[in-house]
Structures are given as structure tokens and as C-alpha cells.
Design a protein around this ligand. Structure first.
Ligand code: HEC
Length: 399
């Protein structure tokens, strides 16, 4: 393992033990993980860690009803377990959802509960990809699973364009019966997609033979369990490392959650072997600073563009809403966003629809340049105070 981690973050006053108390530790097992399911007994070997999922408030959907339903969202608690055996790595995420929402067909007024697990090859804790599906030069692989009604998949390739829903009887009015029979023998219950992405407008679906993964969802007693098991190594990812960073998202169909309207974790370290603990500490590290002073700096320098907390007077489309930025960002990401905004550019609203509020321009080499000015002139203490304040911007956690 050459030069695994170079961390520039200091550990400060928090003890390593406290930092790592709720870290996801992947349990090495000898059992096969080829056919693992949500309720396979092998999960009992892994210890559950708590992960908090915050309402993603970066952009506000143009949907009054959805916005109304989600305006007082609290952060969700999830329990995550991980297993690996050298060939495969598997994640189980469990979260409470009082209403089971299963999408019927491709209706655009009903939405499904679902979850996603996001992976990256990057092991520099200061250069992790943008949490919302990666960014230029920092790729992620996303496994997405939604609870949908039965569909029929003629080629068995998890190829969404080929999937036919049971309720789509128009095409099958004549031989629904025959169709139903076929569905019963071949149907999948879940909608599963895997993407490789450098930002949400550059997602490429991975399917067919290349998809060495399995996923599943199971609802019981007001809780969802979601599972993803994938190859530790394939042409997209090499997760054979002492530690990796993984992020989780869940959608609540009942609250009209879809796309960016979801609950999102920060990058979470997953420790596979003891050597990975330094990486975990670096990802979890918080910046200590004077929160009150940070709040003042933010009001003076940031509130004209960004809405957050009590500051909600910036034009709506001007810049990402930072109300939950402390929930789904690492400290390193916050610092980078302040001193070097173009390192990671948040894509923002449709640029054609909101011409006056472009979040980036494109230079002659095709690279995105943020329209946010860099604040690298702030001294270290002011930066720390500002970051300490941004870390407090997050919804209350549900009981
Ligand atoms: C001129 C408007 C403007 C000002 C002033 C501004 N920003 Fe930004 N900011 C943006 C835009 C546009 C983006 C999205 C593009 C990008 O990622 O850089 C952004 C992105 C961010 C992000 C990433 C958000 C996310 O969802 O990941 C953070 C964090 C941030 N800004 C913090 C700040 C802080 C702190 C200040 C004050 C010191 C500030 N900004 C000042 C316009 C601004």
C-alpha cells in the first residue's frame, strides 16, 4: 500500500476513540456474499453503526406541494452494517419510514421509497468527490434502489428501457393473462440502477454483464432494510483498501421525494483494517472555532448569495442553500469550498431556465469555474471560525 493517506487535518482535542465510536467497520467473513439478502443470518456478524441522513437542501424543487411536505424535515437516523470477504463487499442500511411507498408503474405523481449507496476510489480525505453525485475529475459509483411494483424484464439485464410494468395493460390488453404468468416467472420486484458519475448531468448507467452487483429492499414493522452487495474490484472501483469512503441517501416516496429531494449523509469512512483508522479520523474530523464569530463572518460575506438558517434573504436561485451543509459535508470540503470554489462546482439549476443565476462558467479548456469568489484571503482563524459555524448548519435529528 503506497502512501495511503496524507492528512493535513489535526486531531485537535477530540480523542481518537470518541471520533471512531460510531464508525462503520466492515467485518471480514469467510462466507460467500454472492447471494446475500437483507435478512441473511451472516449480517449478525457485523456491528451496526449509526449514520445520520440530512435533508438535502442544495436546490429547491419547483414543486409547491413537495416543498410544503418537506419544509420541517428532521434528519433521519440509519443503521449501517458492512461485510466483506475479499471478493465482495456488502452494505445493509436500515431506517424508519412510517409509510411504505411502492411506486406503481411510471406514474409521475407517486414516488417510491428508495436508497442509494455511493462509492469512490478516492482515498485522500481532503479531496473526496462532491457528495451530490461526484464532480468533474472526482468520480463516484452510485447504486440506487427503489421500491417499485413488479415489472417484467424481457432481456433480464436490469435494463430499464426494456422493463414493462404490470399495470401497463394497454399494450397487453389482449393477452394480459399470458403476460401476468410470464411476469410471475420472470419478474423483479425492485428497480435497481447503477451509475458512474462525475456530476448529476454526466451519469452513465452500468448494466448487463458489467454489473457485478445485487441489491434488495425489505419493509417490515415501519422500517426499511436496503442491501447492496458488489464486487470489491471491478472496472470502476477498487475497494480493496484499509478504508474507503461511502455515502448514503434515502428517499421518502410519501413526501414526494425524488432526485435531489432526499436525505443524504456526509461521506462516511468504512474501516476494513486497522491501518484505515487514520483515514476514518480525517474524514470525521471537525474544525474547532468561534461559532459566533463565524456566524458574523458568514452574514457579512456569504448571506447575499446563500440562504441558510435564519438568513433567507438571498435570491432563491443565486447559490446553494446551506441550511443543511454542516450535515452532509466534511470539514475539508467546507474549507475547500471557501478557499477554492472551483475545485468542486455544484451544478445547480438548469442554466437555460435560470440564465441570471449561473453557478459556473466554462473556460476555454471546458472546465467549470465557480461564480463564487474565493475567500482565500481570510486568515486561518477566520476560516476556522467560519467552518465551525457552517458545521452547525443542519436539521435537528429525529428521535
Ligand atoms: C457571489 C455569490 C456567492 C458568495 C458571495 C458566496 N458564495 Fe458560496 N457559492 C456560490 C455559488 C454560485 C456556489 C455553487 C458553485 C460552487 O460549487 O462553487 C457556491 C457554493 C458554495 C458551497 C458548496 C455548497 C454545497 O452545497 O456543496 C459552500 C459551502 C459555500 N458556497 C460557502 C460559502 C461561504 C462560506 C461564503 C462566504 C464566505 C460564500 N459561499 C460566498 C456563490 C456565492
Amino acid at each position: 500500500m503506497k502512501k495511503f493517506i496524507a492528512t493535513t487535518l489535526s486531531i485537535g482535542v477530540l480523542s481518537a476513540g470518541a471520533l471512531l465510536a460510531d464508525t462503520i467497520v466492515a467485518k471480514k467473513v469467510s462466507a460467500s456474499l454472492d447471494n446475500i439478502k437483507c435478512d441473511s443470518p451472516v449480517w449478525e456478524k457485523a456491528k451496526a453503526a449509526e449514520v445520520i441522513l440530512y435533508p438535502q437542501t442544495t436546490i429547491i424543487l419547483n414543486d409547491k406541494k413537495a416543498n410544503e411536505l418537506n419544509k420541517d424535515d428532521k434528519a433521519k437516523r440509519a443503521k449501517v452494517k458492512a461485510l466483506y470477504n475479499g471478493k465482495r463487499i456488502a452494505f445493509l442500511i436500515e431506517w424508519a419510514d412510517g409509510t411504505k411507498s411502492v411506486q406503481k408503474g411510471y406514474s409521475s405523481t407517486s414516488y417510491a421509497d428508495g436508497f442509494a449507496v455511493q462509492f469512490t476510489n478516492i482515498t485522500d480525505p481532503n479531496k473526496l468527490p462532491y457528495i451530490g453525485m461526484g464532480n468533474e475529475g472526482r468520480e463516484v459509483v452510485i447504486h440506487l434502489q427503489k421500491a417499485v411494483d413488479k415489472f417484467y424484464e424481457p432481456n433480464g439485464n436490469k435494463d430499464v428501457s426494456m422493463q414493462v410494468n404490470v399495470h401497463n395493460t394497454n399494450n397487453f390488453a389482449k393477452d394480459v393473462e399470458k403476460f401476468e404468468k410470464k411476469v410471475d416467472s420472470l419478474a423483479n420486484r425492485d428497480y435497481e440502477k447503477v451509475f458512474v458519475s462525475q456530476g448529476f448531468r454526466s451519469m452513465t448507467e452500468i448494466k448487463g454483464e458489467k454489473l457485478k452487483a445485487k441489491a434488495g429492499m425489505k419493509y417490515k414493522d415501519g422500517k426499511w432494510k436496503g442491501m447492496v452487495a458488489r464486487a470489491t474490484n471491478d472496472e470502476y472501483l477498487d475497494l480493496n483498501k484499509p478504508a474507503i469512503a461511502v455515502a448514503f441517501a434515502v428517499w421518502d416516496g410519501d413526501k414526494l421525494n425524488r432526485d435531489g429531494l432526499k436525505f443524504l449523509s456526509s461521506w462516511e469512512p468504512v474501516v476494513l483494517s486497522k491501518e484505515g483508522e487514520n483515514f476514518a479520523k480525517a474524514v470525521l474530523q471537525k474544525v474547532q472555532g468561534d461559532v459566533k464569530n463565524g456566524e458574523k463572518i458568514a452574514k457579512e460575506n456569504c448571506a447575499a448569495c446563500h440562504n441558510y438558517g435564519k438568513e433567507q434573504n438571498a435570491p432563491k436561485f443565486m447559490a446553494p442553500n446551506l441550511s443543511n451543509i454542516g450535515g452532509y459535508s466534511t470539514a475539508a470540503y467546507l474549507r475547500e469550498s471557501i478557499v477554492d470554489p472551483s475545485a468542486v462546482v455544484v451544478p445547480g439549476y438548469n442554466r437555460n431556465a435560470h440564465k441570471n443565476f449561473e453557478w459556473y462558467t466554462v473556460d476555454d479548456k471546458g472546465h467549470r469555474q465557480s461564480t463564487m469568489p474565493p475567500f482565500s484571503h481570510l486568515d486561518k482563524k477566520s476560516q476556522d471560525d467560519l467552518i465551525a459555524f457552517l458545521q452547525t448548519l443542519k436539521a435537528e435529528v429525529e428521535k
